[in-house]
Ligand binder design. Structure first.
Ligand SMILES: Nc1ncnc2c1ncn2[C@@H]1O[C@H](COP(=O)(O)OP(=O)(O)OP(=O)(O)O)[C@@H](O)[C@H]1O
Ligand SMILES: [Mg+2]
Length: 264
């Protein structure tokens, strides 16, 4: 498979007054077209920062991102983003929220209205099109946010802990839905989570990062058959992957944190 996203030697240092925060240290990995890759790592290791750099929303200090063989130096257009909180506009209906990217990009409304309706169907929100965010559960709001990220049919989905705030059962349900959409619509997904089980369950590869400064510990191939089922969560092969990742994170956390420096 061809590499769609190439992250090469990415380094990011934030400056905040007198302090410097070394967020990412020489991160390199590739994401093949059509694959599902998760990034796991402890809180503050730079996962969100990395996703923002890949999307072109934030510049790195050094290193490069290439998508479709073009260097990223501005916000990408063929990308859908989903964040931890659904960030819906409260004065817009479900359909109105899903159609936002279409309006921003001034795309054909009628054609995309059809896409929006088929996505609503796909995530089981039919009948809720005219409701407002406050009338929806957390899981339903996140489904709306998923539809919004897909309505312009982007090649890539960048997801930052999209289901982290949900209860375990709803998260399992949405994980399965996401896999179905990924398989059906042939997307490339880069998915951030700090839930090791979720990362293994969803992914072809799991990128494991150390605590700050975020370094790449391993890109681990997950050889579980597809389609994935919830029964796999209790298989020994699944357990071995999660143990392996937990082991990497535990040994890396024993290295003292030297990431916060001073500019003086
Ligand atoms: N705009 C910013 N200015 C200064 N420091 C920042 C900024 N954004 C992030 N940081 C710092 O960079 C580090 C990495 O932050 P980031 O949000 O990428 O971590 P994360 O891995 O996504 O954490 P979490 O799992 O808690 O979401 C943190 O120490 C944070 O304080
Ligand atoms: Mg984050």
């Amino acid at each position: 498979m061809a590499s769609l996203i190439t992250v090469k030697d990415v380094l990011k240092v934030f400056r905040s007054g007198e302090k410097t925060i070394h967020a990412l240290d020489q991160i390199s990995f590739e994401v093949d077209e059509g694959s599902f890759v998760s990034i796991v790592g402890p809180s503050g290791c730079g996962k969100s920062t990395l996703l923002k750099i890949i999307s072109g929303l934030l510049a790195s200090n050094s290193g490069t991102i290439r998508v479709n063989n073009h260097q990223v130096d501005r916000p990408l257009e063929n990308v859908g983003m989903v964040f931890q909180s659904p960030v819906l506009l409260k004065w817009r209906s479900v359909l109105g929220n899903i159609m936002l990217p279409v309006e921003f990009a001034k795309l054909d409304r009628d054609r995309h209205l059809e896409t929006a309706r088929s996505l609503i169907q796909l995530v089981g929100l039919q009948g809720f099109e005219e409701m407002y965010p406050f009338e929806l559960s957390g899981g339903m709001q996140q489904r709306v946010s998923l539809c919004r990220s897909l309505v312009t049919d982007p090649q890539i989905l960048l997801m930052d802990e999209p289901f982290g705030a949900l209860d375990a059962m709803t998260r399992d349900e949405l994980d399965l839905e996401l896999l179905r959409i990924w398989e059906e619509r042939k997307k490339t997904v880069l998915f951030v989570t700090h839930n090791i089980q979720e990362a293994v369950f969803l992914s072809d590869y799991v990128v494991v990062m150390s605590a700050r400064p975020g370094r790449l510990l391993k890109k681990l191939r997950i050889d579980l058959v597809r389609p994935r089922t919830l029964e796999m969560l209790s298989s020994s092969q699944f357990g071995e992957y999660t143990l392996q990742i937990r082991g990497m994170l535990t040994s890396a956390s024993k290295i003292p944190d030297a990431a916060i420096g001073s500019t003086t």
